[in-house]
Design a protein around this ligand. Structure first.
Ligand SMILES: [Zn+2]
Length: 65
């Protein structure tokens, strides 16, 4: 049982997508935040770039009402 679900996880993580910003094929997918006005998944690099650009100096998520 455990072995089967473990194998499935690896399979899912192995599927590739194209980053919306840099167009590179990546396996680790990050979803952009709504206020970024980006539609589509981002790679880790672009995601952290967006984070830094939108929230300068802060790398923690702030909850705004
Ligand atoms: Zn990217």
């Amino acid at each position: 049982m455990f072995f089967i679900s473990f194998k499935k996880e690896i399979c899912d993580m192995g599927s590739k997508f194209k980053c919306t910003i840099c167009n590179e094929e990546e396996t680790m997918q990050f979803n952009p935040m709504e206020e970024w006005k980006i539609e589509g998944p981002l790679c880790g690099k672009c995601y952290s770039k967006q984070l830094a650009g939108h929230y300068p100096g802060k790398h923690v998520r702030v909850n705004k009402e």
